[in-house]
Ligand binder design. Structure first.
Ligand code: GTP
Ligand code: MG
Length: 324
């Protein structure tokens, strides 16, 4: 993983603050069965944090229960965990952020262990990973498999060594929250957050934690195939826009290899009797070579634009570190 680019600034930032403001962010859709316990547990474990519950058109008592317990409740009209995360990043001001699901699957007892790397400046994002320790029934087998496959793809594209990219329990620095754009609308948001943080050179640290199953009567909002496909699509989109040379270069390489292979047949054909008999192959080879140059060109062009954008992002991050 890359050098902790934001850490020096973060250490300085926190050192200057008497007590960092901590925000606990809880996305909720119909979690009335568990939200009360989640709030009570986190209030006991982290009394200095302000708790924000983000509700999306819940049809049960989630919002009322949270309000009665003195939490700040925001209502987000656009459905989806991604939309809710966008609202969280826009509306809440703090020095340290902790995101946790409202379904009581993550333990409040682990919160300080999760916060510590970010608070001390060792990491910009600490992710509570679940795949080392989880109870029977807390995960559907297909989810474990899908998570491992998708995390593996991201690791190979971004040269990272993550084990659970989709965890909903994470601590983040103010700098990361202020400089990471969130554009996804649904469950692909955790993948997006992870990839964008990696791409910007933020340090991600994984903290293995326990994961327990939802209590009886509480239901998951995750739809295996639909949400799995959305995560896959968002990986492809982010890969294309953040690593354009690798993305378009791979396509260009494919056309180059096919063009050279087919072209060799055509050239040998020509040297045989000074006449090209396989005209369709000649057209195919020419087409492949043109497409290859095209895609390589697009890759180089987008890569150059990306470099410029990175320079702008770097300046913006300096501003985020400097001002409050
Ligand atoms: N506000 C809001 N919260 C949501 C929405 N979808 C899910 N959530 C919340 O996001 C958290 C994670 O959703 P879950 O359904 O538990 O998804 P998951 O943890 O990935 O999947 P499971 O392992 O099946 O629990 C829960 O607190 C949900 O209430 C949404 O559309 N709006
Ligand atoms: Mg859950």
């Amino acid at each position: 993983m890359s050098e902790p680019s934001g850490v020096a600034g973060q250490v300085q930032h926190l050192a200057g603050a008497e007590r960092p403001r901590i925000a606990l962010l809880v996305p909720c859709l119909n979690e009335s069965l568990t939200i009360g316990k989640v709030i009570d547990d986190f209030r006991a474990a982290l009394p200095e944090a302000e708790i924000y519950v983000f509700d999306n058109n819940s049809t049960d008592d989630t919002a009322r229960i949270a309000r009665e317990r003195g939490c700040v409740v925001f209502h987000e009209p656009r459905p989806g965990k991604g939309h809710v995360t966008q609202a969280m990043f826009r509306k809440v001001q703090a020095d340290l952020f902790v995101m946790v699901d409202g379904d009581d699957t993550y333990s409040a007892r682990d919160v300080r262990r999760l916060l510590e790397p970010v608070q001390s400046g060792r990491a910009d994002m600490a992710v509570g990973t679940r795949l080392q320790e989880f109870s029977q029934g807390s995960f559907r087998a297909l989810h474990v498999f899908g998570n491992r496959v998708l995390t593996g793809i991201v690791n190979s594209i971004f040269q990272s060594r993550l084990s659970d990219m989709m965890s909903g329990y994470r601590a983040m620095s103010r700098e990361l929250v202020c400089s990471t754009p969130v554009l996804s609308s649904g469950f692909e948001v955790e993948t997006e957050l992870t990839i964008r943080a990696l791409e910007q050179g933020f340090t991600i640290l994984e903290v293995p934690l326990a994961y327990q199953e939802r209590p009886a009567g509480s239901s998951s909002k995750l739809r295996t195939f639909r949400d799995g496909l959305r995560v896959m699509a968002s990986i492809v989109n982010i890969f294309r826009s953040y690593k354009p040379f690798t993305f378009f270069g791979s396509i260009g390489l494919f056309f180059l290899v096919v063009g050279l292979g087919v072209g060799t047949v055509v050239i040998l054909d020509y040297f045989d009797d000074r006449y090209v008999e396989h005209v369709p192959l000649a057209i195919l080879a020419t087409g492949c070579m043109i497409l290859s140059f095209f895609t390589f060109g697009i890759g180089i062009l987008l890569n150059t634009i990306n470099e410029r954008m990175r320079e702008i992002a770097y300046t913006q991050r300096s501003l985020v570190r400097g001002g409050r």
